[in-house]
Design a protein around this ligand. Structure first.
Ligand code: NAD
Ligand code: UD1
Length: 385
């Protein structure tokens, strides 16, 4: 009889004492482990900019929870996106990942309930300019409704520190060069994609006006190119690339026959379009600098920063630089100008240099060499794995 009672006591103590202590200890250590410099929710974390930024975050001792609905990244069925598997390989750290759409409020709430999030870096968006003209409602729904759903959930969980991926496209046709953050925005945004960036910026400004606890940094990217130096991750456009660098690299690797250069009669030194290309690793590090800014108690409300090198590079200069870095000839022909293109666009990045202590270090040669390294090792992008 005594031994039965003892057995019951033993079982009860395991059930009511030892197991809960086990859970508590596990929770305590997980939370401790998560602590580091803070837990960052990265939306669109499996994409091009997101995956490179996660490397910088993990290497700097931030913890990361990534979400993505996989609309523009490659994943095998029921698996983590390939880009994130490779980020784990590069960093030797695990990434918590959820297949979540930012328009799905309940799914977002679940993520915020499960993790004590300190900061959000918001990359998730559709980004193809041409497609946005064809299916504008999808762009407005995804990029604007999705973003405002995310901001609502952030507010409900009192997570009010946000870095938003904006774009130089908000400046429309540049009124002067180099472009400073004071340049007028929203005028001459000719396509729905560009307008979504402008509208989300405006939504965030209103949120900051309504609630002084928000700290928001709008990062206006110029032209991100390049790949991680490991050659394991890089830009992985689906279908025919719209942007210059992936097109050049696919010509170099033999996937495309010939680059079409859109116009050589612009008022630029060689007549081709001039842009401010920035290496993806430099761009990624800008996000970490933005997170540091949140530590400044005097920083409240929103602030926009240009992320660019401040130097313009023409299409022909880029072709030559890529030929040098790859040792391959890039076949090209000059065709009509592309609708919506501007002659030249480049940043004045001095505000980010001064206030974020951020500077772009990598050269056009680095951008071409790293793109080539990624392309030549992954001629079909992530899909080949
Ligand atoms: P990307 O397409 O590689 O990454 C975006 C990720 O978001 C993708 O993995 C996609 O699957 C995901 N996504 C899209 N809609 C989603 C949704 N509703 N819910 C969850 N996930 C969703 O693009 P990128 O080049 O990494 O761009 C990241 C951000 O930077 C975007 O907001 C983009 O507009 C902005 N931006 C990019 C560039 C550029 O040239 N790459 C320039 C300026 C601004
Ligand atoms: C484009 C988008 C911009 C978006 C950005 C994302 C347009 C009009 N603008 O910017 O909204 O934020 O991508 O990075 O689409 N070029 C060629 N041949 C090509 C591709 C490009 O000559 O096959 C030229 C373009 O005319 C331009 C330069 O290369 O002069 C850069 O083009 P691209 O890489 O598409 O970037 P943006 O036009 O700056």
């Amino acid at each position: 009889m005594i031994s039965i009672t003892n057995g019951i006591y033993t079982l009860a103590s395991i059930y009511y004492v030892i197991i809960p202590i086990g859970y508590l200890t596990k929770w305590w250590f997980t939370e401790k482990e998560m602590a580091g410099k803070g837990l960052v929710l990265v939306t669109g974390g499996a994409g091009y900019v997101g995956s490179h930024t996660i490397i910088e975050l993990l290497n700097s001792n931030y913890s990361v929870v990534a979400i993505d609905n996989l609309v523009n990244c490659y994943a095998e069925k029921n698996q983590k996106p390939e880009s994130l598997k490779r980020v784990e390989k590069i960093t030797g750290k695990q990434i918590v990942f959820y297949n979540v759409d930012i328009r799905d409020k309940l799914a977002l709430e679940k993520v915020f309930k499960t993790h004590k999030i300190d900061f959000v870096i918001h990359f998730a968006a559709l980004k193809a300019v041409g497609e946005s003209v064809q299916i504008p409602l999808m762009y407005y729904q995804n990029n604007i409704a999705g973003s405002s759903t995310l901001f609502q959930v952030m507010s409900d969980f009192s997570v009010k520190k946000l870095v938003f991926s904006s774009s130089a496209t908000v400046y429309g046709t540049p009124q002067y060069l180099p472009i400073t953050e004071e340049h007028i925005t929203g005028q001459g945004c000719t396509n729905p994609y560009g307008k979504t960036k402008y509208f989300v910026e405006e939504i965030l400004k209103d949120v900051c006006t309504s609630d002084k606890e928000w700290q928001v940094i709008l990062l206006r990217y110029f032209n991100p190119v390049g790949a991680h130096e490991s050659g394991l991750i890089g830009e992985n456009p689906s279908g025919i690339p719209n942007n210059l660098m992936p097109y050049i690299s696919q010509v170099a690797v033999g996937r495309r026959d010939c680059l079409k250069i859109f116009g050589d009669d612009y008022e630029t030194p060689d007549g081709t379009g001039v842009r401010d290309y920035i290496h993806i690793t430099d761009l990624a590090s800008g996000h970490l600098k933005a997170l540091h800014k949140f530590k400044d108690p005097s920083f409240v409300g929103w602030k926009a920063y240009n992320l660019g090198t401040g130097k313009g590079c023409s299409v022909l200069e880029m072709v030559k630089a890529f030929e040098k870095a790859s040792g391959r000839k890039i076949k090209y022909e000059i065709v009509e100008r592309r609708d919506g293109d501007v002659a030249a666009s480049y940043a004045d990045p001095s505000l980010a240099n001064i206030e974020l202590d951020w500077v772009a270090h990598k050269s056009i040669h680095d951008m071409c060499a790293d793109t080539w390294n990624w392309q030549v090792n992954n001629p079909k992008g992530f899909e080949q794995s």
